[in-house]
Write a protein that binds this ligand. Sequence first.
Ligand code: GDP
Ligand code: MG
Length: 436
Amino acid sequence: LSEKLESAFKNLKGEARINDLNIANTVKDIRRALVDADVNYKIAKEFTDRVKDKATGQKVLNAISPGQLMVKIVQDELTELMGGTEADFNITGNPAVILIAGLQGSGKTTFTGKLANYLKTKKGKSPLVVAADIYRPAAIDQLTILAEQIGVDIYAERESNDAVAIARNAIKEAKSKNKNVVIIDTAGRLAVDEVMMTEVANIKAAVNPTEILFVVDSMTGQDAVNTAKTFNDRLDFNGVVLTKLDGDTRGGAALSIKYTVNKPIKFMSSGEKMDTLDVFYPDRMAQRILGMGDITSLVEKAQAQYDEEQAKKLEKKIRKNQFDFQDFLDQLQQIKKMGNLKDLMGMIPGVGKAMKDIDVDDNSFKGIEAMIHSMTPAERGNPDLIDQQRKLRIAKGSGKDINEINAFMKQFEQMKKMMGMMNKMPMGMGGRMMPG
Ligand code: GDP
Ligand code: MG
């Protein structure tokens, strides 16, 4: 999905502003990418229609390319669609009862362990996990091993064939043992079937759960939506758990499920280790779906920091080859205002990975700043003024030696030359490097 979206945004690269044509093309590509990622066509269409409405008529700020602005709109919409902010998870009650439902193999038993571990270590709860899968003896063993691993008590009845009774007895047990959360792991079938549904519904009626969580394998794509709908019609669950988000699943299922059943996604789970459970954050999932690095924050930071007027002035100066030391110093300060340099660069798609092993030292600017600060305003505005004598004075003032001053001035000249060249290139390259 991510690659497809990236190509969708390529449409906009180099465009100076959003217009109807590039919106239409981009929106079409986004829609295709979503559909390919198992998002239902109708949902994808409604989604992209909203994006289109939002994008139309947006003024592109100086510091932002239309591509970035579109990414931001798409990301905001995705976040909104998946619930906006993270959902509440109710664990009040004595004990709180959490019922886990879903198809076989979706990851219920694994999630039961992870949730117990999460509640124990992060919320200071004392959980009891319950093996209410009466069809597979191995299911009891599986939960027993997990419970042991995380140091949590388990309730099971090996001879029983009554899941409802097991659930009821487990709650009695929890009360007598002072357990404040009961997590009931139920049986699942490979496909939705009536026996299973009736059983889970009966457990629900018997124990009146605080939370019913529907567990779904995020790799099952479009099927996940239908399953979610069937379970919701029957159980009216409180929230969804997305499992197996490891690997390259992009989470298209998250989008469709939320949209179709309108229940919040509460947890996301990846990997088989017990500590790989996380609360579901819609904004992070939106980013994951976009898979393009944290472009949003970059755009937001740019929006907040850049001064349009100043940018225009600077652009003019660059064009006339009048970029001077004072401008350079201002630019450095702008960049620093936006945050840590390495983080900033990491937000640019494609750059993040490449930057992983490279050390970018924010302090490397300090020396440069010291040198510029040691220049008089006249020198800053007119680098040609700086002769040997002045260089010596600047060196002394900034605590550098003359070679460093020479090297820096040479670099500055080269940079200026490059800026001049970029300015002759089509909009979108040179203009992007510096505000303007
Ligand atoms: P259940 O039948 O719904 O109880 O599903 P299980 O918890 O037994 O999980 C089915 C299989 O998927 C097992 O092999 C688990 O180890 C595996 N599994 C569960 N959750 C995850 C996950 O988040 N990521 C990965 N990679 N595997 C998982
Ligand atoms: Mg199981």
